[in-house]
Design a protein around this ligand. Structure first.
Ligand code: ZN
Length: 213
């Protein structure tokens, strides 16, 4: 019943709802060392078991868990109130969306980075762009959750910094491979309605050919 989904799939599903806020947590336990690359569902079932049988909740607390590989595992139905933050779990029809990031992000423990960081930023961006509040658990609880290693101001700056286009990312890659050394030129001219110098295009083709050898 739990499903593994990508950030794109998650955002598509979220578009069918109107959650009021995004609540961000870390699981603390289990943490990165418990993830082996393929046990997404087993970890989620372990959490549900703990939440239902030990904590006595109606279901797993969270709507989704974000794994270190950047994929999400679904939890409780998206239209049901989470067991997220005491006093902040909303009411019928006004439900915050709760994500648990698998890891212990207190300083000196796991690092939020790579695909996991990219996915949480995309999710947070989705809410922030709609003017919806991104709430860290610790804002309303005497806990460090989602971890002392994640500074809220830093996090929001990442959420709000301009996102690079596919072209910008591609050009950066080519600069790193020394195929392009005038990135500004290509960013300015390699687009609809503009033209590029034939000599530059020839150079580009030759450098690519060399790289492919
Ligand atoms: Zn929490």
């Amino acid at each position: 019943m739990f499903r593994i989904i990508t950030i794109d799939q998650l955002l598509q599903e979220l578009a069918k709802y109107n959650h009021t806020e995004l609540h961000v947590h870390h699981t603390w336990r289990p943490s990165h060392k418990d993830f082996n690359g393929s046990n997404h569902i087993a970890l989620q079932e372990g959490m549900r078991n703990y939440h239902v049988n030990t904590r006595g909740w109606d279901n797993i607390a969270q709507h989704v868990t974000l794994m270190p590989d950047g994929k999400f595992v679904t939890g409780r139905p998206f239209n049901s109130q989470p067991c997220s933050i005491s006093g902040k779990n909303g009411s019928a029809g006004k439900i915050p969306f709760m994500v648990e990031m698998l890891g212990d992000f207190d300083i000196g423990r796991d690092k939020l980075e790579g695909k996991q960081l990219e996915s949480i930023l995309q999710l947070a961006r989705y809410f922030d762009r709609q003017g919806k509040y991104i709430r860290f658990h610790r804002e309303n609880a005497s806990k460090s959750c989602p971890g002392t290693g994640i500074d809220k101001n830093w996090f929001m700056a990442q959420v709000r910094k301009p996102v690079k286009s596919e072209l910008e990312l591609a050009i950066e890659k080519l600069v790193a491979h020394k195929i392009i050394n005038t990135p500004e030129y290509w960013l300015k001219n390699a687009k609809k309605g503009m033209t590029v110098d034939g000599e530059y295009a020839a150079l580009l083709i030759q450098r690519f050919a060399k790289e492919l050898k």
